[in-house]
Design a protein around this ligand. Structure first.
Ligand SMILES: [Zn+2]
Length: 113
C-alpha cells in the first residue's frame, strides 16, 4: 500500500508548515488527488489517520478533492478528459493519450490554529 508513504510525506509537509507558523494544532488538511494519480482515497484516509497520531495534525480533518484527469491525444491534437491511466480517446478511440492533468497528489491548503 503506497498510500502509507504518501501519507507520511503529506504529514511531513503539514508539520513543517505548522511549525513554521508556530501552530499548536492542525485543524484541517485539504488534499488534491488527481483522478490519474493512482491513489486510493479510502486508503489515503486510513493511512493519514494512522500517521498523524501523536503529531501536530492528530485529529485534523482530511478533505480530499478529486482533480479530473485529462490527456493529450496526438491524433486529434486535442486535450481530452481521461478517467483512467489507460483510456481510449473519446474522439478517435485511440490509445495514445498522454496524461497531462490529474496525475498528481498535492496538499492544497492547511488550516492551523
Ligand atoms: Zn483522439
Amino acid at each position: 500500500m503506497h498510500e502509507m508513504s504518501l501519507a507520511e510525506s503529506v504529514l511531513e509537509l503539514v508539520e513543517s508548515t505548522a511549525r513554521r507558523e508556530c501552530a499548536v494544532r492542525v485543524r484541517r488538511v485539504i488534499l488534491e488527488i488527481g483522478q490519474l494519480a493512482a491513489v486510493d482515497r479510502e486508503a489515503m484516509r486510513f493511512c493519514f489517520d494512522a500517521v498523524v497520531r501523536g503529531s501536530l495534525a492528530e485529529g485534523a480533518l482530511l478533505d480530499i478533492e478529486v482533480i479530473p484527469g485529462s490527456g493529450w491525444c496526438p491524433s486529434c491534437a486535442a486535450t481530452v478528459p481521461m478517467d483512467e491511466r489507460i483510456a481510449a480517446c473519446p474522439g478517435c478511440g485511440g490509445f495514445q493519450l498522454q496524461p497531462t492533468g490529474g496525475t498528481e497528489m498535492r496538499v492544497r491548503e492547511i488550516e492551523i490554529e
